[in-house]
Design a protein around this ligand. Sequence first.
Ligand code: CDP
Ligand code: CDP
Length: 226
Amino acid sequence: MRPISVAIDGPAGAGKSTVARQVAEHLHLTYVDTGAMYRAVTFEALRLDVDVTDEGAVARLAKHMDIALKPSKGEVDVFVNGRQVTRDIRTPEVTSHVSAVAGNPQVRKILVKKQREMGKNGGVVMDGRDIGTHVLPDAELKVFLTASIDERAQRRYEELVRKGYRVDWDQLKEEIRLRDEKDQNRKHSPLKPAEDAIHLDTTGRSVPEVVQAILELSRTKVGGGE
Ligand code: CDP
Ligand code: CDP
């Protein structure tokens, strides 16, 4: 029996990666963080001084990058051409340039091909912006996670403070709002729920509650059918 695939999309800070990773663990599926792949390309472009708005140059870079996602102690380590970049791809600098890279249709084509390859036999929980609509349109379960902008900003704020960054709450909230707006309005594969996605508003809900809700939904899909 082919294992199911779960697509989880939504705006920044909705809890996609935290929840997707735990759902994958419970269901013994492979977690694929597609945002990490766009971040990895962005990090490489910045590191090599490639202009992130130069579509051809960034696409050439992406084409020759080997991006590996490896589970490690409940987290996912990210490697580019064998070099560990797990922390490097989460800096505010990468976050502020990632929308330009994600809006590049040539880069999207290259990364979507890799993502479909990872999901071709089912058995993945994949999170991102276009998973249910474009990358895995046949996923058995599609979830669109949201939360209020204030709660999403607060979650990100706490996460950054925990990591030792000094952050201005209002500025962070504005950056998140702007990144969502760019993701929703870009021409290629914008952030939007698939028609058959189940919407889950996670405002005021804990991580375990959201994980349980998705696990319950997945029970109706086991084996790939209803
Ligand atoms: O974790 P966070 O919500 O900050 O973002 P992420 O999932 O790491 O994704 C970073 C950026 O990559 C997003 O803001 C999107 O611009 C882009 N992205 C995308 O376009 N398509 C995806 N499937 C995943 C991410
Ligand atoms: O991947 P995405 O940007 O959607 O969000 P995330 O990076 O998984 O979650 C951002 C933060 O919110 C993490 O520190 C989670 O622990 C937290 N979170 C939460 O407090 N309550 C939830 N229901 C989901 C996530």
